[in-house]
Ligand binder design. Structure first.
Ligand code: UDP
Length: 310
C-alpha cells in the first residue's frame, strides 16, 4: 500500500481524492491551509489511523517525514470569485507552491500529479479544445492570475520531468460539479442550485449563451486515479464533453429543483470564455476512461447535498 500526499486535500476535489485513496487502502496525508477548503469535507476521516491532516500553506517551506509514493497537487483557489479575491495567493500557489511540492516529490522519489485546468486554453479560438491547443489567454486580465499560474505550473512540471527525470502527470480539469462544492463558491452550478433552492432569481451572467461542459465529480476522480497510475507524462484533458449554454443549465436546474424562480441578468465577467468543451480523445485512448454520470443524475445528487446544507 502506498503513502499519498494530497495538497488542497480539504477542498472539493482534494477531499474526494482523500476518500478514494483511503477506500483503496492507502495512507493519505492531506495538506491544506483552509483558505478555500474546509475541514467539514474531511471531518469523517479524522480518527482514521491511515489519515493525517496538516494545516499548512504549501508556498512556505514544506517537509513531510517518512516515505511518499504519490503526490497530488490540488492546492489552489479554483473558483473565479476566489481567484479574483485572492489573486496573489493564486499566483503564489501555482508558482511557489508547485515549486515547493515538486521539490518534496523529487526528494522522496514520488510520482507527482498536477491539477491543471481548462483555463490554460483561456477564451479558446479552437473548439472543442484538444491538448495540442496552446490557448488564448489574457495575461494581465483579472482571470489571468489563475490561467497563468497554472500555465507556469505546467511548464515547471515539464521542466522537472525533463531535467530531473521526475515521474510526472498533468491533468487538465474541465468544469466539475458535485457534493462538497461550497454553496457560495460562485461557480455556476453551485450558484444556480443554491438560488433555486432558496427561490431566489438565478444570476445569469451576460446573455447566457456562453457554453460549458459539466463533469460529475465521481467520473473526474476515476479519471485522475487512472491518469496517476498510467504512464502518460503529457497533459490529458479530463471532463465531460456534454456541452450546453449557461441559460440551458439554468432551465435544467430549475426543473430539477421543481422551482419557480426567475432569472436575473448580470454583467459577464471580464475575459469569461465564450465556449468550452474538452476533446477527451486522449483520455479515452490512454486511460480507457469515459464519463458515465449523466448531467440530470449528477445534478440530482448535487441538489440533494445542497438541500442538506440549506
Ligand atoms: N455564470 C453565470 N452565473 C453565475 C455564475 C457563473 O452565468 O451565477 C457563468 C459564468 O459567467 C461562466 C459560466 O457560468 O460563463 C461558468 O462559470 P463558473 O464560475 O462556474 O466557471 P468557469 O467555467 O467560468 O471557470
Amino acid at each position: 500500500m502506498a503513502r499519498v500526499l494530497i495538497t488542497g486535500g480539504a477542498g472539493f476535489l482534494g477531499s474526494h481524492l482523500c476518500d478514494r485513496f483511503i477506500d483503496d487502502g492507502h495512507e493519505v496525508i492531506c495538506i491544506d491551509n483552509l483558505i478555500t477548503g474546509t475541514c467539514d469535507n474531511i471531518a469523517h476521516l479524522f480518527g482514521n489511523p491511515k489519515f493525517k491532516f496538516i494545516r499548512h500553506d504549501v508556498t512556505e517551506y514544506l517537509y513531510v517525514a517518512g516515505p511518499l509514493h504519490y503526490i497530488l497537487h490540488f492546492a489552489s483557489p479554483a473558483s473565479p470569485i476566489d481567484y479574483l479575491e485572492l489573486p496573489i495567493q493564486t499566483l503564489k500557489v501555482g508558482a511557489m507552491g508547485t515549486h515547493k511540492v515538486l521539490g518534496l516529490a523529487k526528494d522522496k522519489g514520488a510520482r507527482f500529479l498536477l491539477a491543471s485546468t481548462s483555463e490554460v486554453y483561456g477564451d479558446p479560438l479552437i473548439h472543442p479544445q484538444p491538448e495540442s491547443y496552446w490557448g488564448n489567454v489574457n495575461p494581465i486580465g483579472p482571470r489571468g492570475v489563475y490561467d497563468e499560474a497554472k500555465r507556469f505550473a505546467e511548464a515547471l512540471v515539464m521542466a522537472y520531468h525533463r531535467v530531473h527525470k521526475m515521474d510526472t502527470r498533468i491533468a487538465r480539469i474541465f468544469n466539475t460539479y458535485g457534493p462538497r462544492m461550497r454553496p457560495y463558491d460562485g461557480r455556476v452550478v453551485s450558484n444556480f442550485i443554491t438560488q433555486a433552492l432558496k427561490g431566489e432569481p438565478m444570476t445569469v451572467y451576460g446573455d447566457g449563451s456562453q457554453t460549458r461542459s459539466f463533469c460529475y465529480v465521481d467520473d473526474l476522480i476515476e479519471a485522475i486515479t487512472r491518469l496517476l497510475f498510467s504512464k502518460e507524462t503529457e497533459p490529458v484533458n479530463l471532463g465531460n464533453p456534454n456541452e450546453m449554454s449557461v441559460l440551458e443549465l439554468a432551465t435544467l436546474v430549475r426543473e430539477l429543483v421543481k422551482g419557480t424562480c426567475g432569472i436575473e441578468v448580470q454583467p459577464l465577467p471580464v475575459d469569461d470564455p465564450k465556449v468550452r468543451q474538452p476533446d477527451i480523445s486522449r483520455a479515452r485512448t490512454i486511460l480507457g476512461w469515459e464519463p458515465k454520470v449523466a448531467l440530470r443524475e449528477g445534478l440530482a445528487r448535487t441538489i440533494e447535498y445542497f438541500r442538506g446544507k440549506a
